[in-house]
Each structure stands twice: as C-alpha cells, then as structure tokens.
Design a protein around this ligand. Sequence first.
Ligand code: SF4
Ligand code: SF4
Length: 82
Amino acid sequence: MAYKITEDCSSCGLCEPECPNGAIYEGEQIFVIDPDKCTECVGFYNSSKCAEVCPMEACVPDPDHQESQEELLEKKKRLHPE
Ligand code: SF4
Ligand code: SF4
C-alpha cells in the first residue's frame, strides 16, 4: 500500500531525500507522496523510510492505495529496470 502524508506535515523536508523512489515532493501546502512511485520502500528497506524520519508522524499507509507485496515489487522493478 502506498504511503501518504497527512496534514500534520510541517514541511520540514526531511523525508524527501530519504525516498529511494523519488516519490516525495513539495506540494502547495505540505509535502506529497506520488502513489505511482511509492513502493512502501519494498526492495530497498524493511520499513518505510519517510515514516522513520518524519518528526510529525505524518507519513502513514494510504488505505486508498492497497497493494500486495508482489505488486509493490513489480512497481519497484518498473521504476528501477536496472
Ligand atoms: S514509503 Fe518509502 S517509497 Fe514510499 S514515499 Fe515513503 S520513502 Fe518513498
Ligand atoms: S518529514 Fe514529515 S513533516 Fe517533514 S516534510 Fe516529510 S512528511 Fe512533512
């Protein structure tokens, strides 16, 4: 399941460089995660980096983007064909 950023985000920017997929960007109000690029860090880390570094606990699983481990791995391969 892709992650999303809640309104608790303080726009500190800590999460952006941590994402192995470049899925996080600065939106108009808060930072945003592109669900097409978020793999829940599958294929890179055992846990979600953005959630780990966020001081506001604003990075949470997005129930609107449910995906299996297999689907997340497929997405990772698509984003990183090398
Ligand atoms: S969970 Fe991982 S892949 Fe998804 S946005 Fe956060 S750091 Fe990026
Ligand atoms: S680390 Fe948390 S508070 Fe900082 S920009 Fe990312 S989501 Fe927002």
